[in-house]
Design a protein around this ligand. Structure first.
Ligand SMILES: Nc1ncnc2c1ncn2[C@@H]1O[C@H](COP(=O)(O)OP(=O)(O)OP(=O)(O)O)[C@@H](O)[C@H]1O
Length: 264
């Protein structure tokens, strides 16, 4: 399909979204994302970041234009494959199931060999550092550990596209930093495409290969910033001059919808 041929794994084609309440959440959002990118949606509260992400997950329909994943409608991708996985701000674990059984659940619902599911669930739990907590119940875990389970559950299906809606927003700073680094490690190892919603400029620059900066009322794409800092990224990079320049650039678009003259 057209957008795939142009190298766009996820394509927003002049997307508009008006909710039934009359709220215009998105207006003419048009851009493409390559396979393997780590892209953040960065923008103020209410600019439509979650709406945009939910469209890629097939949870929301565009009012105009279209969103395609691999050239197909997201709903169809979800129906036909495990290629898209979603991690929300809340871990949403089932309290009566162990950590291992929470991770297995989506695989179980799709059928197939339980033995293979168990092996895969153990692999991803090990990857997120929860090898010793497989038999624990959610109530026995900290917020950061619950989020790790949620990420493991999403990874278990080996998705090509991982959608994350402010996954670290509710965590303390130290836990957030640890999980940010772990996520980058997993992204590089599993070679997925990640779409990540945040309103934190530092988080966006630290993690992303590209940042889609959005503006509010109605939600529009202000600019797309290519973050050409090398991977693997480290927390120490935050004091580098080039890191600061990307933060300034993204902040300028966030605050003014354009680049301040002195940054040009
Ligand atoms: N189901 C819905 N029905 C009606 N309006 C909605 C719905 N979901 C979101 N909106 C509205 O659409 C706009 C965009 O919301 P959205 O949640 O996508 O923004 P956001 O950038 O993710 O915000 P935040 O960072 O605060 O989560 C807001 O004005 C919101 O009130």
């Amino acid at each position: 399909m057209g957008d795939k041929e142009q190298g766009h794994f996820v394509a927003f084609h002049h997307v508009g979204k008006i909710y039934s309440t009359g709220t215009t959440a998105l207006a003419d959002v048009h851009f493409g994302i390559g396979e393997g990118d780590f892209v953040s949606f960065l923008g103020p509260s209410g600019c439509g970041k979650s709406t945009a992400l939910r469209m890629v997950a097939g949870l929301e329909e565009a009012s105009s234009g279209s969103v395609l994943v691999g050239g197909k409608e997201p709903k169809r991708v979800i129906r036909e494959s495990n290629d898209i996985a979603f991690v929300f701000q809340e871990a949403n674990l089932l309290p009566w199931r162990t950590v291992l059984d929470n991770v297995i659940l989506p695989l179980e619902l799709r059928g197939g060999s339980m033995k293979e599911h168990r092996t895969e669930a153990k692999r991803v739990l090990e990857m997120v550092g929860l090898k010793d907590y497989m038999k624990a119940y959610p109530r026995q875990l900290s917020g950061g550990m619950k989020m790790r389970v949620s990420i493991a559950r999403a990874l278990a299906a080996k998705p090509k596209l991982l959608l994350m809606d402010e996954p670290f927003a509710a965590l303390d700073e130290i836990t957030r930093q640890t999980l940010q680094m772990e996520l980058l490690d997993i992204w590089r190892r599993e070679k997925m495409t990640v779409l990540f919603v945040t309103h934190n400029v530092f988080e966006a620059v630290l993690l992303s290969s590209r940042i889609a900066v959005m503006s509010a009322r109605p939600g529009r794409l202000s600019t797309m910033i290519d973050v050409e800092l090398p991977y693997p990224r480290t927390l120490a990079m935050r004091t580098d001059r080039s890191f600061g320049e990307y933060v300034d650039r993204a902040s300028s678009y966030l605050e003014h919808g354009s680049l301040r003259k002195e940054l040009g």
